[in-house]
Design a protein around this ligand. Structure first.
Ligand code: 4AZ
Length: 487
């Protein structure tokens, strides 16, 4: 974490000219046959002598009143069949082309349906979350529940109306809550409770309600049915106790300060041979969220140890640290652009939560963690570019900027993609730095702390108009839960 002011003399970032597609106004109209080339059928036998259309009538003269000879009649018949045959061929060709185009767009490109990621099968939209597994990787039935907003309202995807709907608490109990949390990706041991909230405008289009006699051990979404009304409010779910800090952060805003124990209980230090390399955030007893670039050179899980529970690296070394069972880097991480800079570490044994070891909340759908929010960064990174790393965890408050501001030519000039967010102080002086990578960017909203980003990259540290760049955790939420479900 860096906390000093420097003036930045960097040249502005590159700009890109986006010359969009222009319709070709001078294009000739599509082909249409010229009038008068072919004789109108069946006035006369065709001549098989190659000729220009203009000469047709000069080769055969037909005397009025005189019967046509047999050859001429045969010629007419031949021509008749030829004409029908070529017309039929044309129709067949057109049908084949139309069929091919329909197949390409409707099935191959799956324009109207949804594509299975595994196997590439195209399903109709109503097959998604209908309780029947159609994709070989089960993804059509694996993400049919989500939590919405700061109230943690449960939503289920309705295959019938093809939208997310709140769940009515009628017939609901903790067994269903636990089963849904497990389906989302949490362990049943971590389940806290279910409750009820006002669904507000989200229920204006109805609810999904458990049918009487539903069984929590069977597929839950196939036991939910559409209901216009609900006697109670809507189900909220706490799948894990998350986002609770045990100590208030310093009220000082500008610059970094030393953190106290328990203020950021999700912060971990990822180490190799007793040396701090990267930061990370606890999201559940088994899972740490960090940055993919931390594991490019050191990709073997057995060389890493995860330390948690204290602001002092020295003190944490008295503990043993947790072994890493598996490192899951995002498959589309791009080390050139830093796109998709996110990784998950599965621990060999679960963490025991305490006052100083707790998970942060993963962003629920609809929680606004975007532009102009005040957020906090924490880490054991360098106090200045290429400077020494501290023993104590540092914290600083930053502003999350809109992608438009991040990408303006004077700031990061188009390098901030949708998988990233940028945050810092445009005036300079406060930022993450080497060694903070993988660590958290958090926002407090509705009384809990949400993980908005993982520290990824930057141009220098704390330079004016060069805010730090973070992995956009909201963007990765489906990816994160998919990994948690699969392991
Ligand atoms: C790094 O090298 C690094 N100023 C992390 C964050 C930032 C710069 C560098 C953001 O790990």
């Amino acid at each position: 974490m860096t906390s000093f002011s420097v003036s930045n003399n960097q040249a502005n970032g590159p700009t890109y000219d986006n010359i969009g597609f222009r319709h070709d106004e001078g294009r000739s109209p599509s082909y249409s046959p010229q009038q008068g080339i072919y004789p109108s059928f069946p006035q006369q036998a065709p001549s098989y002598v190659p000729m220009t259309p203009r000469t047709i009538n000069t080769h055969h003269t037909v005397t009025p009143g005189k019967p046509h000879n047999t050859a001429q009649k045969k010629g007419i018949k031949k021509c008749h069949w030829k004409y029908i045959l070529s017309a039929a061929l044309c129709v067949l060709l057109v049908l084949a082309v139309v069929g091919l185009l329909l197949w390409y767009f409707l099935y191959y490109q799956c324009l109207l349906g949804k594509l299975c990621k595994s196997g590439g099968k195209c399903l109709s939209s109503s097959q998604w979350c209908d309780g029947v597994t159609d994709c070989s990787g089960r993804e059509d039935e694996s993400q049919c529940f989500r939590l919405h907003g700061t109230s943690f309202m449960l939503e289920s995807y309705s295959s019938g109306s093809q939208r997310w709907m709140p769940v009515c608490p009628e017939n609901w109990d903790n067994n269903f809550g636990r089963a849904v949390c497990e389906q989302i990706g949490y362990r049943s041991q971590d389940y806290v409770t279910y409750s009820q909230t006002s669904s507000g405008s989200l229920a204006s289009k109805g609810y999904l309600k458990l049918k009487p006699g539903s069984d929590h051990e069977s597929q839950i979404q196939s036991q939910l049915a559409y209901s216009q009304s609900c006697s109670a409010r809507a189900v909220t779910l706490q799948c894990i106790e998350c986002g609770q800090s045990s100590a208030a952060p310093s009220t000082r805003i500008v610059g970094g300060t030393e953190a106290v124990n328990g203020a950021w209980p999700w912060q971990v230090s990822l180490q190799i041979s007793g040396q701090h390399i990267c930061g990370g955030s606890i999201i559940s007893p088994y899972w740490i969220l960090s940055a993919a670039h931390c594991f490019q050179e050191y990709s073997r899980p057995d060389i890493w140890k995860v330390y948690s529970g204290d602001v002092s690296l020295l003190k944490m070394r008295f503990g043993t640290g947790k072994a890493v069972h598996k490192i899951i880097n995002h498959a589309e991480y791009d080390s050139e652009t830093n796109d998709n800079d996110i990784a998950l570490l599965k621990l060999s044994t679960p963490l025991t939560f305490s006052r100083t070891v707790k998970p942060v909340c993963l962003p629920n759908f609809g929680v606004n963690l975007s532009a102009q929010r005040q957020a906090w960064i924490t880490g054991w990174g360098a106090l200045r570019s290429s400077g020494p790393a501290p023993d104590k965890l540092n914290q600083a408050q930053v502003t999350i900027y809109s992608r438009e501001t991040c990408n303006s030519p004077a700031v990061l000039g188009g390098q901030v993609t949708q998988t990233m967010i940028c945050a810092g102080k445009l005036e300079g002086g406060v930022d993450t730095c080497q060694g903070d990578s993988g660590g958290p960017l958090v926002v407090k909203e509705g009384g809990v702390w949400w993980l908005a980003g993982d520290t990824s990259w930057g141009i220098g540290c704390a330079w004016k108009n060069r805010p730090g760049v973070y992995g956009n955790v909201t963007y990765f939420i489906d990816w994160i839960y998919r990994q948690m479900q699969n392991e």
